[in-house]
Design a binder for this molecule. Structure first.
Ligand code: HEM
Length: 498
């Protein structure tokens, strides 16, 4: 009987091996068939992806996502494919291909993923079709009208500059962390621009608003590719993600609540006296736009517009600390062209070439918005001979255009000269689009540019900035791999001698 038990276990082991070999053979055959199928269909190439998970873990970890995508670009070329938790993504890199898709084939790249629920409500950033078109049009009109009163906008922004300057003077040249000061000053500019209210820095509601915006942007739902975990029905969410998602939703409700309260107040004011973007939108909106939709649009602007503008100002200070020669050159330009007796106004912008070039170079090398939000194809599109099937998610890798070796002389170096010609005049670049391009480009570019210019130039006029004694200039790493913001660095502000 013993020989029989041996034989049986031998057969079992052999069967196990056969099973393993069979599974390996099936997987191998699957990948070969997929490879051949992809070649025939002319799908973009890409790294091998695992079942269910795809390339998810290749994209998470300690290195920033936009830098990881740069490495994959070098391996697979300007257009490649990744799978994230079952969703197919096409990533488009380099300035030429991004332009070809978003400008020449812009009609095919107007949609956001329909599978991606709008967690912020019915805003503009995640809306599609008629609704998006309507929001975009009224926003463009309203922003144009509000911006026509540039001097009013300038007044709001200069109040913010004054707030920061006062904090700097109070710090008495001691090391000060800039992030919270700049965030509060810029948020107040946005509150005035959008909601026509201005808060004290220590107002409880104002602090809660800032914290809520921070929670929204820090949450997994705002990060890519982490957000796709929440939309994947197969993979269970970790407890931490569930807690973060709950906090996210509470924070969105807080921001909405603030806007809704102010909106109700403004609705009681007679039409001719309605102020700010909110007043303008309420006056102009057609009756088909609901109150909820309007709040959604304003939440989008208050969160995205504020974050993008405040982070851009912080990146400017970081590079000015790292490059004292550039800071000196900027201050010399101010001394020569404006002096120190009056504040710098937006009318002075055209005279300050070097400062403009410095801000552009900061926007290029740091690219606060390095990757577009996901787009979604509703028809098959061919880009550079590759087929992007209908129903694909597409990401445009703006950072890759800003780092494109075929275009920029020394892309990894901080050189304001990238934006100046031999005579010191400003130059335009088709590989530079920090505000995006195509049908879904930024509607707030004019306001953001005015805010960043006035903050940076006026602070440079009033102070010389240095890293604290014994500390190195801050590094250009982000405070979180998926954050727009640089690390929360400290600086010392030495008032200018007048
Ligand atoms: C320095 C500051 C800013 C930067 C770098 C920036 C950048 C961008 C980028 C790159 C996009 C397109 C993203 C994509 O392709 O998915 C975008 C969209 C948008 N931005 Fe900005 N932005 C800034 C400030 C603002 C401000 C101040 C506002 C409003 C007052 C604003 C309103 C919008 C809106 C509404 C969209 C969505 C447009 C649409 O989907 O049709 N942005 N922004």
């Amino acid at each position: 009987m013993e020989w029989f038990a041996h034989a049986l276990s031998y057969v079992r082991i052999s069967m196990n091996f056969i099973n393993i070999y069979a599974i390996i053979a099936i997987i191998f055959a699957f990948y070969v068939a997929k490879y051949v199928g992809d070649k025939i269909m002319k799908y973009p190439p890409g790294p091998v992806s695992l079942p269910l998970i795809g390339n998810y873990f290749q994209l998470t970890g300690s290195e920033s996502l936009h830098k990881k995508l740069l490495t994959i670009w070098k391996q697979y070329g300007s257009i490649y494919r990744l799978n994230i938790l079952g969703y197919n993504f096409v990533i488009i890199n380099g300035h030429e291909l991004i332009r070809e898709a978003l400008v020449n084939k812009g009609d095919s790249f107007r949609f956001r993923p329909i599978s991606f629920p709008s967690c912020l409500g019915q805003g503009i950033i995640w809306s599609n079709g008629e609704e998006w078109h309507k929001f975009r049009k009224i926003l463009q009109f309203a922003s144009r009208d509000v911006s026509l009163g540039r001097h009013v906008m300038e007044e709001y922004i200069m109040e913010g500059v004054q707030n920061v300057a006062e904090e700097m003077i109070t710090s008495m040249e001691q090391p000060t962390r800039l992030k919270n000061i700049i965030q509060k000053a810029v948020l107040n500019v946005f509150c005035k621009y959008i909601l026509r209210v201005r808060y004290n820095f220590d107002d409880r509601l104002f602090i809660k608003l800032l914290e809520s915006i921070q929670t929204i942007s820090d949450s997994a739902l705002s990060k890519f590719p982490e957000s796709f975990q929440t939309f994947n029905p197969i993979i269970p969410l970790s407890l931490q993600t569930k807690i973060e998602n709950k906090k996210y939703r509470e924070a969105v409700d807080t921001v909405k609540g603030v806007i809704l309260n102010i909106m109700k107040e403004i609705m009681r004011i007679p039409s001719g006296q309605k102020e700010g973007l909110i007043g303008k939108l309420l006056k102009d909106k057609d009756t088909s736009i609901t109150e909820d939709q309007l709040v959604g649009v304003l939440v989008d602007i208050l969160t995205h517009g504020f974050e993008a503008s405040s982070s851009c100002i912080l990146w400017c200070f970081l590079y000015l600390l790292q490059n004292s020669d550039v800071q000196r050159h900027c201050r010399m330009e101010i001394a020569e062209k404006i002096g120190f007796k009056r504040p710098i106004s937006y009318k002075d912008k055209d005279a300050l070439h070097f400062i403009n070039a410095t801000i552009s170079e900061v926007q290029r090398i740091s690219t606060p918005d390095p990757i577009s939000r996901p787009y979604y194809t509703q028809e098959t599109v061919v880009v550079e001979g590759y087929t992007i099937p209908s129903g694909s998610h597409v990401l445009f890798h703006t950072y890759s255009a800003h780092m494109d070796h075929t275009y920029w002389k020394r892309p990894h170096e901080f050189r304001p000269k990238h934006f100046l010609d031999m005579a010191g005049n400003l130059t335009k670049h088709e590989a530079f689009f920090p505000f995006g391009i195509g049908p879904r480009s930024c509607t707030g570019e004019a306001f953001a540019s005015q805010t960043v210019f006035l903050f940076v130039s006026n602070m440079l006029q009033r102070f010389q900035f240095m890293s604290p004694v014994g500390e190195q200039a801050p590094s250009a790493e982000r405070d979180h791999v998926a954050s727009r913001y640089p690390d929360n660095f400290a600086l010392c502000a030495i008032p200018s001698e007048l």
